[in-house]
Design a binder for this molecule. Structure first.
Ligand code: ATP
Length: 317
């Protein structure tokens, strides 16, 4: 095991990187506190949390650009190559081709390998028409594409992406997601931060939730998305007793009567999206007639806000 300024090189078959109780303190304030995690090959973890919760700091510590104040960061795969796309990418005075060629050279790629990979990335992310234009004239989305390309140039074993879809148009988001899915299937491990659900839904196996620099939850992405989504079920025909029972079912969030006309009443039930099928089965078994089912996804806030509302029973109202 080689020790290098707080970074250890070790051999662990089942992970590419491990963090043990990593803390980062800026001006006496802990912005990361005792973060422990393992990154496994071919898996994607979404780092989620409110603004200022420490997502960017965690990714830059993992990229080796920021030194932890305490704790250990272990590169557990020998010769691990890391690709890192920071949140803010500077508009350097190069064209994308000049910039990517020099990044490839710095990272030890052969000129031929750089050309092949660069051409593919320029086409995949639809930046070929601008590949010889100076980057200071680029839009936010165009710069973000170059940022992503430099991180993908060496086909890294670990990819660290800070809000990778930020600024991209719909087609580019889709192309980027496709590229990342393919890399994941080929074994690249990924950690990425995001505020929107698209990449979490398409790519993430796990969610690592941060709050004020601390880990508050690590769970499967599917379970987290189930929490973030809610479903409204409009139904009639439930007995007074069934109304009581419905409120005790798993995933119950809210129940609101909707008066159609005197003597006729519908119930608007809100449940976590994850339990929709079970709830419908229960309602039909209890003699209800289902009028409509509406899924709400993560509308009305970020993924984290929606999940928090639902966890505290304040969603869907
Ligand atoms: N170089 C620095 N010096 C001092 N404080 C810093 C530095 N970098 C980050 N911080 C502080 O660390 C905290 C976490 O910041 P960070 O950028 O990691 O959050 P984030 O979760 O990525 O936020 P966002 O969602 O807004 O991108 C913030 O309070 C921030 O002010």
């Amino acid at each position: 095991m080689e020790v290098q300024a707080g970074i250890l090189q070790a051999t662990h078959g089942s992970s590419v990187m491990e963090l043990v109780q990593v803390t980062k303190i800026y001006s006496g304030v802990a912005v990361l506190e005792e973060i422990s995690l393992k990154v496994k090959p071919g898996t994607a973890t979404a780092v989620l949390g409110h603004n200022g919760s420490g997502k960017s700091t965690l990714l830059s510590v993992m990229a080796g650009l920021v030194q932890p104040t305490s704790g250990q960061l272990m590169r557990t795969m020998p010769g691990l190559s890391i690709g890192y796309a920071p949140e803010a990418f500077p508009a350097v005075r190069f064209t994308p081709e000049q910039y990517l060629r020099s990044m490839g050279r710095i990272r030890g790629m052969t000129p031929a390998a750089v050309e092949i990979t660069m051409e593919k990335l320029l086409r995949d992310l639809d930046l070929k028409p601008f590949s010889n234009q100076p980057m200071p004239c680029f839009s936010k989305g165009m710069l973000q594409k170059v940022n992503l390309m430099q991180s993908l140039l060496t086909r890294p074993g670990l990819l660290l992406l800070d809000e990778p879809l930020s600024g991209l148009d719909a087609a580019s988001m889709e192309a980027c997601t496709e590229l990342l899915l393919q890399l994941k299937q080929e074994g690249t491990a990924m950690m990425f931060s995001a505020h929107e659900p698209l990449l979490v839904e398409a790519l993430a196996d796990n969610v690592h939730l941060l709050q004020a620099g601390r880990t508050v939850e690590v769970m499967e992405a599917k379970a987290y998305l189930g929490l973030a989504a809610s479903v409204s079920i409009l139904c009639t025909g439930l007995t007074a007793e069934a109304h009581q029972q419905v409120q005790k079912l798993p995933g119950f969030i809210a129940m609101k009567p909707v008066v159609l006309q005197p003597g006729e009443k519908e119930m608007n039930l809100t449940f976590l999206g994850a339990v929709c099928d079970d709830t419908l089965r229960y309602l039909l078994g209890a003699g209800a007639s289902i009028q409509s089912v509406q899924r709400h996804g993560s509308a009305g806030g970020t993924l984290v806000q929606q999940a928090e509302r639902n966890m505290t029973g304040d969603g869907g109202r």
